[in-house]
Design a protein. Structure first.
Length: 227
């Protein structure tokens, strides 16, 4: 019985450590500290994590299953690149889906008679950026995530935030998403969506969200056109 209990405890510890390693590696990839197509050294990753190969391989297997990393024919693991074409497809998909989500959020706001607390909380943050406040890419990305998640909450949706998180994580791995360091326009576009949702204007909220993603696409294409 003693041996069985220790084994179960060891398994729990190993799973917890694997989860931590998974989060750390994924954060490094999403934040650009590990570049696309960069080979991953298990020895170095294990040393950085202060862990053995067993929990590391559990974490790497999870990332491979999610399509974040891939294994080459020679067995080398690398970060899977996200192409510009894939990024633009994601932007178009989100334009269609999130326009509908914003419309639903406005309808529910009209029914309830008050702006959802999550949108009310993110509005002053976006107002500061809209007024020209400066910030680093990763910080704005977190606030951008909070905005889009808040629209989903206001719409009363439960499955969409999970799908949205996956799409955003994939888009974030495309290198051109990190080319912007000023976020005034994006923040003002967010504010337009919040204003339409607060007014209970479903058509206006949908149009504002679709206009936001049209602008996102235009900004990426503008970057690609630069010499």
């Amino acid at each position: 019985m003693m041996e069985q209990s220790l084994t179960a405890a060891d398994t729990d510890d190993r799973e917890t450590l694997a989860d931590r390693i998974y989060r750390d590696i994924k954060s490094a990839i999403l934040e650009g500290r590990i570049a696309a197509d960069e080979p991953l050294s298990e020895n170095q990753l294990a040393a950085d994590a202060g862990a053995s190969r067993t929990p590391l391989r559990v974490a790497l297997s999870r990332l491979e299953q999610e399509g974040v990393i891939k294994r080459l024919a020679n067995g080398t693991l690398t970060v899977r690149a996200v192409t510009v074409e894939q990024l633009l497809h994601i932007v178009q998909l989100r334009r269609l889906l999130e326009g509908a989500v914003a419309a639903r959020a406005a309808e529910r706001t009209h029914q309830i008679g008050a702006l959802h607390p999550a949108l009310a909380a993110i509005r002053p943050v976006m107002q500061a950026y809209g007024d020209g406040a400066d910030t680093a890419f990763d910080e704005f990305w977190r606030q951008d995530d909070a905005f889009h998640s808040a629209v989903a909450e206001a719409a009363g949706l439960t499955l969409w935030p999970v799908m949205l998180a996956e799409l955003r994580e994939t888009a974030r791995r495309c290198t051109i998403t990190r080319t912007h360091d000023r976020f005034t326009d994006q923040a003002r576009e967010h504010l337009a969506v919040i204003a339409a949702v607060e007014a209970g204007d479903a058509d206006g909220a949908k149009a504002a969200m679709e206009a936001h993603f049209a602008s996102v696409r235009a900004r990426f294409l503008d970057w690609l056109a630069r010499p």
